[in-house]
Design a protein around this ligand. Structure first.
Ligand code: PMP
Length: 412
């Protein structure tokens, strides 16, 4: 049975407020999602009852905090179907997760003449770390082209085959583009990369909270995501790494909690996950992220994906009818994730966002950390409306009305 989406709204306290005299319409979920009561309660409960440092104390609170922290790791492993909780490393978010791989794996494995492959539509967080790693190693960074004047054709799969030579040591790509809404065939990408012996890194920031995700079925080596885009807190995220790779990897950061023995001459490392979690971790964040996994799986991520698709299909239909609009990314709602990025002829995205805010609607305008992609499409910025489980068709109507008001103002 499908959840009642209107009841879902009751779980999110922040949604029940007026902004500029209008009920809030929150359509900036690509940037960060709102938090259900259960996640907020998990944070408060931890600080009220269990707050203590993990892995170091023998007292009751420390044991409780450690059990809850490790319980969250096991919960998240189940959420992405990792074979072993030790394959789940807690980080600050997608950006840190990708940087860890770029620095640790890149430093150990990349050499002059090697190729790192990515796509033309990556978030800066899955682009700049690879530029840095390639530069440091004397390797070359290459890009799988994006097809279509509006980026509607997705990745060029024929070009991918040409680019995937044995020189490619690593292929890093997004699961879902945060600007285009393109959904990449990630299992297929991994299969092709494996055929040339390349390690795969997936940026799952926009996907893991929106649709079922199974790292074993996808067959990736690394996968990164952020808690705050999937109903969890900010400041917590995950790097999934296949155990065999993590065991060979040197830590990026060193310090307390990740060592077995330290002498004045040197130190030895614990195995994963501790090896990669130097210092006091974000215990409350990790626990509340586990709660977010419960929340999403209780609703059903397949149902959330269907809800996203239903909303984006309505939005595509209604927005396409507006004069002078240019929508980028896949043309059909069914082929994209729950977001729409668009440009209005003669109206800057920042003006669109400011006007929509007057109507109580939260949108995002700018380059969306996709500057090279914007340049490729001949744009400086777009406006993005991004949906999640608590959004409704009525909110899309409010968006359309607001956009009509904006167009009228600028036409006059
Ligand atoms: N990748 C993608 C596709 C994203 O949408 C984002 C967030 N906008 C990131 C990476 C970076 O995530 P974070 O800022 O949480 O590290």
């Amino acid at each position: 049975m499908s959840p009642s989406w209107n009841n879902v709204r009751a779980d999110f306290p922040i949604l029940h407020q007026q902004v500029n005299g209008h009920p809030l319409v929150y359509l900036d979920n690509g940037a960060t999602s709102q938090k259900p009561r259960s996640v907020i309660d998990a944070l408060v409960r931890y600080y009220e009852r269990d707050n203590s440092n993990v892995h170091r104390g023998l007292h009751a609170l420390s044991t409780r905090a450690t059990d809850a922290y490790e319980g969250a790791r096991a919960r998240i492993a189940k959420f992405i179907n990792a074979a072993d909780p030790a394959e789940v490393l807690f980080t600050r978010g997608t950006t840190e997760s990708i940087n860890i791989v770029a620095r640790s794996w890149g430093h150990a494995h990349l050499k002059p003449g090697d190729v790192v492959l990515t796509t033309e539509f990556e978030h800066h967080s899955n682009l700049v770390p690879w530029q840095q790693a390639a530069k440091a190693a004397g390797a070359t960074l290459k890009y799988v082209p994006l097809l279509g004047a509006d980026g509607e054709g997705g990745p060029d799969l024929a070009a991918l085959d040409q680019l995937l030579t044995p020189q490619v040591k690593l292929f890093a790509f997004t699961h879902i583009s945060n600007t285009l809404g393109t959904i990449n065939p990630v299992a297929e990408f991994c299969r092709r990369a494996r055929a040339v012996g390349a390690v795969t890194v997936i940026d799952a920031a926009q996907s893991v909270g929106h649709r079922p995700l199974d790292v074993q079925q996808i067959g990736c080596d690394f996968l990164a995501f952020s808690g705050h885009k999937m109903c969890g807190p900010t400041g917590i995220g995950v790097l999934y790494g296949r155990r065999a790779l993590l065991d060979q990897l040197a830590p990026d950061e060193t310090g307390g909690g990740m060592v077995v023995q330290v002498t004045y001459e040197g130190a030895t490392w614990k195995p994963a996950p501790e090896r990669f979690e130097a210092g006091t971790p974000n215990v409350a964040g990790a626990i509340a992220l586990g709660t977010a996994c419960d929340y999403l799986d209780n609703l059903g991520r397949d149902k959330i994906a269907a809800h996203d698709t239903a909303l984006v299909t309505i939005a595509m239909e209604k927005l396409s009818a507006l004069p002078g609009i240019r929508i980028i990314g896949p043309k059909k709602g069914a082929e994209r994730s729950g977001m729409v990025s668009f440009a209005f002829e003669g109206v800057h995205a920042h003006d669109v966002v400011t006007f929509a805010d007057e109507d109580g609607i939260a949108l995002r305008g700018g380059h969306h950390c996709n500057q090279p992609l914007m340049r490729k499409l001949g744009l400086t910025s777009t406006t993005r409306a991004s949906f999640y489980l608590y959004n409704t068709p009525e909110e899309i109507d409010r968006l359309v009305k607001s956009l009509q008001r904006i167009q009228k103002f600028f036409a006059g």
